[in-house]
Design a protein around this ligand. Structure first.
Ligand code: HEM
Ligand code: NAG
Length: 516
């Protein structure tokens, strides 16, 4: 009897082992180098135990194989390829985009959740349709039209920073910039006046925090859904409170405007314009007719899709911008000479512009641009880009073919910090981005906004909104390291996808004495 039990147990263990290692010959068979994977976890054990962030493990993999153009990896049992060669990054992100049109965050075919139908997460024809439709909402003209809304928030940022400077206490600039960004998203994305800058317990700020905080409920649902998608269709990745609040909020705003452009020039107005245009018909990205020409598909911008795009504004614009603006302040605090140069430039530009932070004024702040670009190099908000192979792809210059479903990673953080491309990479040197030097930078080694058809659609908006916050702050305050400032911030491994400093970025704010 006991013998039978032990025998059964052994069989179960062997079967489990075989299941947990079933894909582990994928890279070896193709002669692609990689670390030895462990059952079930693959190479990702430390990621799942939250000992290291995704961006850092991919960077580590990049550094470990200096002579390869790409390195194999197993994210649990799913094979994934980490690219090292910028030329290959160009193929995957730009020239061979048709093979890699998916980002594969939460595959929608398996998880048809309403809020996940947003531009960042969707794929295939829905992505193509939304991208085409939404591109006009992010042109320079649209960003300029939004600017008065941004400037009003930047001025409020100055007032709140003034209170903090007067109290003399240490300020977490990460939190300060996050509240500025939340107010910006409220005004430009949702078309409402939020007051997160002065009111710490604001409902809108809370919603923002909840979206990015992984709670136990989220982890359990995610683990089960990833492994057995069919088991839990009733449960969504996004908690019911997020879904309900978001849907109610957006629908109320659209109703208030009677589903018509209100002239406020925000994102809701752009979306309502799109809705008005009715059905869109276009060529399918993947589906082909018997003669090889693309099928025609049609789609309509319904309420559900509109709500998902507003949600996207939150998901894409919030942490990205606050992470990098606060990091720029952190570097300037440690480089008083660069900081002074930024301030002198801001003062002289603003003097010529009626002392108002406008779109045109920001364009003239060349050194601030350089500092911001350099901050994004050392601390890119998004440390890696991801694409999924959607049809069999032979890697250029090899006879290795990867299959649909394999994720490809462009390890942005590793490229930005590779001494081969940026000498003394840990050093903050804005002159790398001087117009005379910028042309020497290989485009595919510097990717803070990604590139190709799926690059950041909000680049111009995010860039200018970030600069507006920095210019407003530095025109009235100086930043300096304080008691709890760490020279090199520690990356919070609990935050997924975005690089975030653990414990924030504490600095001292000092009001400037201006002579004018
Ligand atoms: C400084 C601020 C920002 C940074 C650093 C940033 C960075 C990025 C990066 C790295 C990507 C991935 C690109 C790729 O995979 O090639 C991305 C995608 C995206 N970003 Fe941004 N972003 C910022 C602000 C914004 C803002 C304000 C919006 C406005 C809503 C936005 C909307 C999006 C969207 C929709 C995508 C997905 C595009 C697609 O898949 O077609 N981002 N962003
Ligand atoms: C270009 O970069 C080099 C090396 O970092 C630097 O010495 C030089 O001053 C830069 N050029 C400008 C115009 O800033």
């Amino acid at each position: 009897m006991l013998g039978l039990l032990i025998g059964l147990l052994a069989v179960v263990i062997i079967l489990l082992y075989l299941f947990g290692t079933r894909t582990f010959s994928y890279w070896a068979k193709r002669g692609v180098k990689h670390d030895v994977p462990v059952p079930f976890f693959g190479n990702a054990k430390r990621q799942f135990l939250q000992e290291i962030s995704f961006a850092d493990i991919y960077a580590e993999t990049y550094r470990k194989y200096p002579n390869e153009r790409f390195v194999g990896y197993y994210l649990t049992t799913t094979p994934l390829l980490v690219l090292r060669d910028p030329e290959l990054a160009k193929h995957v992100l730009v020239s061979d985009f048709n093979y890699f049109s998916s980002r594969n965050v939460f595959p929608l075919d398996k998880h048809p959740e309403p809020l996940l139908k947003n531009l960042i997460m969707c794929e295939g024809d829905l992505w193509k349709f939304l991208r085409q439709r939404m591109t006009p909402a992010f042109t320079t003209g649209k960003v300029k039209a939004m600017f008065p809304l941004i400037v009003a928030r930047a001025e409020k940022l100055q007032r709140v920073a003034g209170d903090a400077a007067a109290s003399g206490a240490e300020v977490d600039v990460r939190d300060l910039m996050a509240r500025y960004t939340t107010d910006f998203i409220g005004a430009c994305g949702f078309g409402i006046d939020t007051d997160t800058l002065s009111d710490k317990n604001n409902m809108f700020r809370k919603l923002g925090q909840r979206i990015f905080r992984q709670e136990l409920r989220d982890m359990i649902v995610a683990i089960i859904k990833y492994n057995v998608p069919k088991l839990m269709t009733r449960f969504h990745f996004l908690a019911p409170e997020i879904e309900k609040t978001m849907t109610k909020l957006v629908k109320t705003i659209m109703k208030e405007r009677d589903y018509k452009n209100s002239g406020r020039n925000d994102f809701i107005d752009s979306l309502l314009d799109l809705k008005e245009q009715g059905k869109m018909i276009g060529e399918s990205l993947m589906r082909k007719k018997a003669d090889g020409t693309p099928c025609m598909v049609e789609m309509e911008m319904d309420d559900e899709l509109l709500v998902a795009q507003v949600f996207m504004f939150f998901a894409a614009g919030f942490e990205t911008s606050s992470a990098v603006t606060s990091y720029a302040l952190h570097e300037l605090a440690h480089h008083p000479d660069h900081q002074r140069r930024c301030q002198e430039e801001i003062d002289s530009v603003l003097a010529r512009h009626d002392n108002k932070v406008s779109y045109e004024a920001l364009k003239e702040m060349k050194f601030l641009h350089m500092c911001f670009s350099e901050a994004m190099r050392i601390f890119p908000s998004i440390g890696f880009l991801q694409r999924m192979c959607v049809k069999p792809y032979t890697i250029p210059g090899t006879d290795i073919t990867v299959d649909p479903g394999v994720n490809v990673i462009v390890p942005v953080k590793a490229l930005h910090l590779d001494p081969q491309y940026f000498p003394d990479p840990e050093e903050f040197r804005p002159e790398r981005f001087h117009p005379d030097n910028v042309s020497a930078i290989n485009k595919y080694t510097y990717l803070p906004f990604g590139t190709g058809p799926r690059a950041c659609i909000g680049e111009r908006l995010g860039y200018m909104q970030s600069l507006a916050g920095l210019a407003a702050l530095l025109s009235q305050f100086s930043v300096a390291p304080s008691i709890s400032t760490l020279r090199k911030p520690i990356i919070d491994t609990k935050v997924f996808g975005i690089q975030s400093a653990k414990g924030g970025l504490p600095l001292t704010l000092i009001a400037r004495k201006k002579t004018q």
